[in-house]
Design a protein around this ligand. Structure first.
Ligand code: BTN
Length: 270
C-alpha cells in the first residue's frame, strides 16, 4: 500500500480515541483501491478490530448508490481527505446512523455554522448547494452463527480540502480552503476523528434522538421544493425523529427512509 507522504498524527488520534474504543488503531497508507472496500474485505475475513484507515489516494473510491468517488487531483499534499472508520456496533435500531454521522462531521468542520456547512439528507454535506463532503456507510456481518453478534460498521468519508473542478459531478464541489486557506487533510482528520467516534457511540446508546435537532439546524432541504429519483415531488418538511425525510406531496405527507432514493432541490438535475 506504500508509505504516506504526509504526517497523519496517527499516535495522537489513537491516544484520543482509545479511551472510548479500546484497541483502536490508526493506519495511514499512500494508495489503496478504497478505504471502505479494504475495511469491508478485512471484516469479511474476520478482522473486526476498531480502526481508522486513511489513504492519500484511492484508485477505486466508491460513493453511494454504486457511484464512483473521485478525489481532487493535485500534485501537492492531499487535496482531499479520504478515510474510513471501522468498528463493531450493536445499536437497537440502525435508522438515522448516517444522519448522525453527517451531524458530527458538519459540526467539526463548522462548529458555529458561520460558514453555512449544511446537511443534505441523508448524509451529504453541502455549502451553498455545493458538495463539500460525501459519506458512505456500510456494514458487514461477522462470521459467526450467533444472531446477536455485533455487525461491523464501516463509515467512509471523503472531504474536499483544496480546489477542484466540478466536471462530471452531479453537484458542483465546495472545498474547505474556500474559508480556511491553511486547512490540511491531516489536521482536519485530527479534528474530526474523536468527535466522530463519540457520535457513533452516542448513536449506539441513544439512537438518532440526540441528533435530530442538530440535524434540523443545518438541514439544507427543509422548506424547499424537492424531487426524488422515484419521481415523487413536494415540499420538504425536514427530517422526522426516526431520520426519515418528510415530503408533503399532493397525496399527503410521505416519509422517505430508503437510502436507495436520491433527492434534489427542485431545479437541480439528478
Ligand atoms: C457519496 O457522496 O456518494 C459518498 C462518498 C464517500 C467517499 C468516501 S472516501 C473514503 C471512503 N472510501 C470510499 O471508497 N468511499 C468513502
Amino acid at each position: 500500500m506504500g508509505t504516506p507522504a504526509s504526517a497523519w498524527f496517527e499516535d495522537r488520534i489513537a491516544a484520543a480515541v482509545a479511551p472510548l474504543l479500546p484497541g483502536f488503531a490508526v493506519e495511514a497508507v499512500a494508495e489503496i483501491d478504497s478505504t471502505n472496500t479494504e475495511l469491508m474485505r478485512r471484516a469479511r475475513a474476520g478482522r473486526t478490530d476498531p480502526v481508522l484507515l486513511v489513504a492519500e489516494r484511492q484508485t477505486a473510491g466508491r460513493g453511494r448508490l454504486g457511484r464512483p468517488w473521485q478525489s481532487a487531483q493535485q500534485p501537492e499534499a492531499p487535496a482531499s481527505l479520504t478515510f474510513s472508520l471501522g468498528m463493531p456496533l450493536t445499536p437497537a435500531d440502525w435508522s438515522g446512523l448516517s444522519l448522525a454521522v453527517g451531524v458530527s462531521v458538519a459540526e467539526s468542520l463548522d462548529p458555529t455554522g458561520a460558514h453555512q456547512v449544511g446537511l443534505k439528507w441523508p448524509n451529504d454535506i453541502w455549502v451553498n448547494d455545493r458538495k463539500l463532503v460525501g459519506i458512505l456507510i456500510e456494514t458487514a456481518m461477522p462470521q459467526t452463527a450467533r444472531p446477536d453478534a455485533a455487525r461491523y460498521l464501516v463509515v467512509g468519508i471523503g472531504i474536499n480540502i483544496g480546489p477542484r473542478e466540478g466536471d462530471g459531478m452531479r453537484t458542483p464541489p465546495a472545498w474547505l480552503r474556500q474559508w480556511q486557506p491553511d486547512a490540511s487533510a491531516p489536521e482536519v482528520l485530527q479534528a474530526l476523528a474523536e468527535p466522530l467516534v463519540r457520535s457513533v457511540l452516542a448513536f449506539e446508546a441513544q439512537g438518532f434522538a440526540p441528533f435530530a435537532e442538530r440535524f434540523a439546524a443545518r438541514d439544507v432541504l427543509r422548506g424547499r421544493e424537492v424531487t426524488l429519483s422515484d419521481g415523487t415531488a413536494g415540499l420538504c418538511e425536514g427530517v422526522a425523529w426516526g431520520g426519515e425525510l418528510q415530503v408533503r406531496t399532493d397525496a399527503g405527507l410521505q416519509l422517505i427512509s430508503s437510502d436507495e432514493v436520491s433527492v434534489r432541490p427542485r431545479g437541480m438535475s439528478f
